[in-house]
Design a protein around this ligand. Structure first.
Ligand code: SAH
Length: 225
């Protein structure tokens, strides 16, 4: 965990114990359900825990409300919650068994201020809005923007965690971002190990999203903005 010092995170004993519990339970449950293709302590700490924490490269998160769309086994929101206990986290995921995994994990970690809801983002309550909406490895950016941006407050942000070679995807999503009430702020590149370039696509929510969004998923897919 010495990697996290440059992120401004000083690990204490409770934080380290929680990451250990997370690693153990993820590894155990990965034997019986498909949670991650990444195995082994070093790889999980680097490519899941550290990578998730790199979201802070876009700015401080402590004390914010965060919606994590399609968190799967909890990335990026749960490592962030472990490092910043003041963060308030809502997870939505379309897969029931992943939500069950998360509920047990949250209890094992003794985290408060985290809810995990089994719902597709496009069916989620439109009245809910968050300071920060994030998603990692869920969909192409033009589609992802429609799943996420309606739930960001005006003045808040949507941050997509992407592979480094996302230029074409960002260009393709320009219309979706604008239509949904956003402005592309910047793309922040960072390394997760040698030859592994990742990027944070940071979008500011500058205007309300029209209530017709998000549309039904079939529509989002067949006619992306
Ligand atoms: N963010 C995690 C998981 C990525 S896998 C990580 O980076 O490791 C993609 C996850 O998104 C799956 O758990 C899937 O169930 C969920 N998902 C896909 N489409 C979704 C949607 N429309 N609404 C909510 N969850 C969705």
């Amino acid at each position: 965990m010495e990697l996290i010092a440059p992120l401004g995170i000083v690990p204490d004993a409770r934080m380290l114990a929680r990451f250990r519990t997370y690693f153990d339970y993820l590894t155990e449950q990965n034997e019986v359900m498909n949670l991650t293709a990444i195995n082994g302590e070093e790889e999980v700490y680097l490519r899941h825990f550290y990578d998730s924490l790199c979201l802070v490269k876009a700015g401080p998160v402590s004390g914010l409300t965060l919606l994590d769309v399609g968190a799967g086994a909890g990335f990026p929101s749960l490592p962030l919650k472990i490092a910043f206990p003041e963060l308030r986290v809502t997870i939505v995921d379309a897969t029931q068994k992943r939500i069950r995994f998360l509920e047990t994990l949250i209890a094992k970690l003794g985290l408060e201020g985290v809810e995990a809801i089994h719902v597709r983002a496009e069916d989620f309550d439109r009245k809910c809005s968050y300071d920060l909406v994030t998603a990692r490895a869920v969909a192409r950016l033009n589609i992802l923007a429609e799943l996420c941006m309606p739930f960001a407050k005006v003045g808040g942000r949507f941050i997509a965690m992407k592979a480094g070679d996302c230029d074409a995807e960002v260009k393709e999503a320009a219309n979706a971002i604008r239509t949904l009430g956003g402005t592309l702020d910047r793309v922040i590149h960072y390394d997760v190990g040698p030859d592994r370039d990742h990027a944070l696509v940071v979008v500011r929510k500058t205007a309300f999203t029209q209530t017709m969004y998000p549309r039904a998923f079939a529509r989002i897919k067949s006619k992306p903005l």
